[in-house]
Write a protein that binds this ligand. Structure first.
Ligand SMILES: [Zn+2]
Length: 142
């Protein structure tokens, strides 16, 4: 015999019920043989209340967050590698180089990347030069 705490989704009461096995519970629920004593609803659910479940859930959440953070970091690292492979690094001359490409129609097979101040980026934008800011991790081992 197995005792379950059941709850009625309609009137929100809780009651205990005995079943021969957990399969018996599933079987009765499927056939809508489980009814609320108060409102006769068959909208009955088994309640899950266990502090250990809460703890393990928290751990899982932390694990997922760590994994996501790691993945995001890896994605940025991959992005950085792509940029390094496909763009020319111009360092702090970024604004200057961006202008020379834009105004002198300088043909460059590669794009450029480098550092620019917020003011630089704002000025470039006003001149119609679209730039993109990337998340960048410093000191990656490469
Ligand atoms: Zn009910």
């Amino acid at each position: 015999m197995i005792k379950y705490k059941l709850t009625c989704k309609d009137c929100d009461i809780m009651f205990d019920s005995w079943f021969s096995t957990s399969k018996e519970y599933e079987r009765l629920k499927k056939k809508k043989f489980l009814n609320c004593h108060i409102c006769n609803s068959s909208n009955i659910e088994k309640t899950l209340m266990s502090p250990s479940i809460l703890n393990s859930k928290n751990n899982v959440k932390t694990k997922i967050l760590n994994k996501k953070y790691k993945q995001a970091k890896e994605t940025i690292a991959e992005y950085q590698k792509f940029v390094k492979d496909n763009f020319d690094y111009v360092g702090e001359n970024f604004a200057h180089e961006a202008r020379s490409i834009h105004y002198k129609n300088k043909k460059s097979s590669k794009g450029i990347y480098g550092t620019a101040t917020k003011e630089d980026l704002k000025a470039l934008k006003e001149e119609g030069i679209e730039t993109e800011t990337l998340p960048w991790i410093k000191n990656t081992a490469n």
